[in-house]
Design a protein around this ligand. Structure first.
Ligand SMILES: Cc1cc2nc3c(=O)[nH]c(=O)nc-3n(C[C@H](O)[C@H](O)[C@H](O)COP(=O)(O)OP(=O)(O)OC[C@H]3O[C@@H](n4cnc5c(N)ncnc54)[C@H](O)[C@@H]3O)c2cc1C
Length: 360
């Protein structure tokens, strides 16, 4: 890509449709929703980029979530994620079709691919953005992200180089409703590589048992922090999560203490979640944690310090000792859910009438 680019030569908004074995990562659809708004503001097409082997069905899904067009590179060398092959395919597409904006998920694969592609095409890349907008007059992408440990929001523009690239974490943008009657056009491209050109080979894929990729999808998240005091006390959270069919998460303090693995961490350097219900238990509410959970539907905080900042973002606050409050909540929910499925058990008061609670 020449260093002096003419922005007028670049048109269109692209979204990388990340997938594993043809199952799309949710963030791909979230980004199509965001990309649709940008493309409409600019009056251009929204395209999905699908790279893989035997993955053409993803094109129809991409149309349903808002794409007008799909660029498809289908090749056995793309069957597993290998950054050299994927970056080559993506780079060739950019050089040929010249989009003005490229969005990717800030997932492990998306981060690696976006950095490699941005370097290859000499583009500007803003990582981990939380808001995306365009200025229709100068067509600049305004990519906003937290900076200085989450204390400031910086809006970054890339005036000279194209495309303008950004990554967004899963769960930050809402997923649009699919419209399965929508259609679009597929542009096929080939991969000019052979196995001998690649330095990596995937020998085996090993799934970590109980991995927390369920966290981003969970409708209920029960998160614990340093207030739990010990690894064993996470059992309290697992119990509550089990009763509510939710997933367990943690602050960085709990992760750094070795109480739970890093893939459970929510926050600036962890995951972003937006469940319908988020319990923050023994969590102070540092901004670096809050940025990862503040878009949850309903936030319930349990903390024995009435002045903890978590109560500023909580919809319901329970000031009390988590070792009393959490087992009581678990018991209460268990009884109510039993009641809801028709058992005779009853007689417990509403959660809001707990004696531990002082309100917050
Ligand atoms: C660059 C950077 C990135 C970061 N990224 C992240 C991130 O991604 N995610 C993240 O979480 N943090 C992150 N942090 C760390 C963050 O600043 C906080 O240090 C961390 O979130 C604090 O975790 P905590 O709330 O568990 O611990 P604390 O702040 O120590 O809070 C513990 C809370 O538990 C309460 N408590 C104690 N005992 C009880 C009890 N018996 N019952 C009820 N409540 C009790 C206390 O009142 C207190 O409010 C980052 C920091 C930096 C500098």
């Amino acid at each position: 890509m020449p260093r002096d680019v003419n922005p007028a030569d670049f048109r269109g908004v692209w979204v990388y449709i990340e997938h594993r074995d043809g199952i799309a990562a949710e963030v791909s659809w979230e980004l199509l929703g965001a990309g649709r708004g940008l493309a409409d503001s600019l009056g251009v097409e929204l395209a999905g980029v699908v790279l893989g082997h035997q993955v053409e069905p993803l094109a129809a899904e991409a149309f349903a979530y808002g794409a007008d067009k799909v660029y498809l590179v289908d090749d056995p060398l793309l069957a597993e994620f290998r950054v050299e092959a994927h970056a080559r395919a993506f780079t060739r597409l950019i050089e040929t079709y010249r989009p003005e904006i490229v969005l990717m998920g800030a997932t492990p694969c998306g981060r690696e691919l976006s950095g490699t592609v941005a370097t290859a095409v000499a583009a500007g890349l803003t990582a981990d953005t939380t808001e995306l907008a365009v200025n229709p007059e100068n067509r600049l992408l305004e990519a906003t992200r937290p900076t200085f440990g989450g204390k400031l929001l910086a809006t970054i523009v890339c005036e000279r180089w194209r495309p303008q690239m950004a990554t967004v974490r899963p769960g930050v943008m809402p997923r649009p409703e699919p419209q399965f009657r929508r259609g679009g056009s597929v542009v096929r491209a080939s991969l000019d590589l052979s196995e001998a050109d690649l330095v990596t080979r995937v020998l085996e894929r090993i799934r970590e048992p109980g991995r927390a990729d369920a966290l981003e999808k969970a409708e209920v998240v029960v998160a614990g922090g340093r207030g739990l005091g010990d690894k064993r006390n996470f059992a309290l959270l697992h119990e509550l999560a089990e009763v509510l069919g939710g997933a367990v998460a943690a602050t960085r303090a709990a992760v750094d203490a070795g109480w739970i693995s890093r893939d459970h961490q929510v926050g600036q350097t962890g995951k972003t979640v937006r469940p319908r219900l988020y319990f923050a238990i023994g969590i102070s509410g540092a901004i670096q944690h809050v940025v990862g959970m503040q878009q949850s539907g309903l936030i319930v905080a349990v903390n024995n310090d009435a002045s903890a900042p978590i109560f500023e973002v909580a919809d319901f606050g329970i000031v009390g000792d988590l070792f009393r409050v959490v087992p009581a909540l678990t018991e209460e929910f268990r009884n109510r859910l039993r009641g809801a499925v028709g058992s005779a058990s009853s007689g417990t008061g509403p959660v809001g009438e707990r004696s531990d609670g002082g309100g917050g």
